[in-house]
Ligand binder design. Structure first.
Ligand code: XMP
Length: 519
């Protein structure tokens, strides 16, 4: 990065969002733990800093502090919530517990049309913001003006225009704050004078060049799952080093209808990848025979997957140094360097192929997506010419359909589930609902039977559950309120077209208390 905004993370749950919103507005931004070394931050040549919110009180013993080099740099600074209080506290303002904490929506009133809030004040003098704080500024530091207030926060925004130091008590990064992204964009553009030219596609040439340089004349191996992250890595690495990339695709037999063929076809024929495709379906099915415990299924599948991947990767070792490519994305990187997990900072890479550790020595790890958010990876995928089915693929768990057949996994069960799942996804895809009405939608096969009547005969068959959820982060989720007529049509198709299914249920449980998957 150069000429972008560095966001220093003080532990707010919204820190990632700040960098994301700034990027969405076309300015580059990266997130660093607040106590990162001056060198690591300044070598990014930032044009300004944002200090995130955080859970502490600035006056509490051991609370995170403002690194000296920030003010010394004379670059613009925008503090948000804790960040604003820290700025005020460090500049001899006064921060104290508020008599009333302020959580949730508040109406903000602009007092002074200083440039940071200008794009907003031009629109309206009052708007809704999102607050979450227990402390407040009692006295602003010398040189600062109060720019806005709410009923409970007489100091809701401050600014010192001569030094380009600003503070917001509210969170501009959350969507509940009206014009929040515009305020961040005004900071990055009008105040920090960043170039507004960041697009995810801009990283393509850089990433290709970086891979070429890192791998040199050596070889690179990638575990290709068919998900968007590993697929984008495959195309970038292939552009960089062509046949010296070997991608390994393991068909566990737990994939959805036509999925293995689609992945092979796309990458062999369209992209021209050097693909080792292992059909291990029988091996996995045999191994799972009689296993009903979900965690046991996960463990067995994970171990077997790693063994197969290692075996194939090791066969490439004979030909010189071997690098490992991974689809690590920015949220994984931030997570492993999170400030409340200092030990995690020693973790340099995510040794996961299909989400699993690999016990093998590689010359190095290649992670071209480590600065991208998921939606940015998708845009790069489209730019690289990957088909929509891959770019917009919903998350699919490593253990695959094995954890969507409750209980014992059999070939017959897999066949039924695959057909039902394909009908569900076809109908949702036809309406565009795999992109905007559901974050994840799939079918589950239950190990029980119920009585039905078809034609003139009695049936005694298994039910299919339809699970469809809405979520941004997959940590919590609500069940998707799909249209009843569409559900009725899908139910009818499944019962008519899939042998051995005579009933369809719709799961109306959120997460929590349920999880997204059934096992
Ligand atoms: P849960 O069921 O925990 O799922 O609410 C949250 C997200 O994680 C995915 N998931 C998995 N992904 N291996 C994976 O690679 C797994 O064992 C696994 N279990 C759940 C799930 O599909 C959802 O997106």
């Amino acid at each position: 990065m150069s000429e972008g905004i560095v966001v220093l993370d003080y532990g707010s749950q919204y820190s990632q969002l700040i960098a994301r919103r700034i990027r969405e507005k076309g300015f580059y931004s990266e997130l660093f733990p607040w106590n990162s070394s001056e060198k690591s931050v300044m070598e990014k040549a930032p044009r300004g800093f944002v200090l995130s919110g955080g859970p502490r009180s600035v006056y509490a013993p051991g609370a995170p502090t403002l690194p000296d080099y920030l003010l010394e740099s004379r670059l613009p600074i925008l503090g948000i919530c804790y960040g604003m209080q820290l700025l005020a506290h460090s500049l001899d303002g006064k921060v104290a517990p508020a008599s009333e904490s302020e959580y949730g929506q508040a109406r903000i009133e602009l007092i002074d049309e200083q440039n940071l809030l200008l794009p907003v004040s031009a629109l309206e003098p009052e708007f809704d913001v999102w607050m979450s704080h227990g402390d407040r500024i009692e006295q602003v530091p010398a040189g600062f003006n109060v720019l806005a207030r709410t009923r409970n926060s007489p100091v809701a925004a401050i600014g010192d225009t001569s030094r380009n130091l600003y503070g917001l008590q509210f969170h501009p990064e959350v969507t509940h704050t009206e014009h929040g992204a515009d305020i961040l964009a005004a900071f990055a553009g009008a105040i920090c004078r960043c170039q507004r030219d960041w697009t995810p596609a801009k990283m393509i040439d850089e990433a290709v060049e970086a891979i070429r340089k890192q791998v040199g004349p050596n070889r690179l191996v990638l575990g290709l799952s068919g998900g968007v992250d590993s697929s984008v890595v495959a195309v970038l690495a292939h552009k960089a080093i062509g046949d010296r990339l070997t991608s390994i695709f393991v068909d566990t037999g737990m994939l959805r209808l036509g999925e293995a063929e689609q992945v092979k076809q796309t990458f062999e024929q369209t992209v021209g990848l050097n693909l080792i495709s292992i059909d291990a379906a029988d091996e996995f099915l045999d191994m799972l025979g009689g296993v009903v415990d979900p965690e046991q299924k996960r463990k067995l599948i994970g171990e077997r997957f790693v063994r197969i991947f290692e075996r194939e990767a090791k066969s490439l070792l004979d030909e010189g140094d071997l690098y490992l490519a991974q689809g690590t994305i920015y949220p994984d990187v931030i997570e492993s360097a999170a400030i409340d997990r200092p030990d995690a900072m020693r973790i340099k890479t995510h040794h996961n192929v299909g989400g699993l550790p690999v016990d093998m020595e590689f010359a190095g790890v290649v992670e071209p997506l480590r600065y991208l958010f998921k939606d940015e990876v998708r845009r790069v995928g489209t730019e690289l010419g990957l088909p929509d089915e891959i770019v917009w693929r919903q998350p699919f768990p490593g253990p695959g359909l094995a954890i969507r057949i409750a209980g014992n996994v059999t070939k017959q069960g897999l066949d039924k589930l695959r057909q039902a799942d394909a009908i569900l996804r076809q109908e949702l895809a036809a309406r565009g609902w795999l992109r905007d009405q559901t974050a994840q939608a799939f079918a589950v096969l239950l190990p029980i039977k119920s009585v039905g009547v078809m034609g003139d005969g009695r049936t005694y068959e298994q039910p299919i559950v339809i699970r469809a959820v809405q979520t941004d982060d997959f940590m919590t989720a609500s069940w998707a309120r799909l249209d009843y007529d569409v559900l009725a049509y899908i139910s009818q198709r499944i019962v008519n077209e899939v042998d051995g299914i005579n009933r369809v249920l719709y799961d109306v449980t959120s997460k929590p208390p349920a999880t997204i998957e059934w096992e």
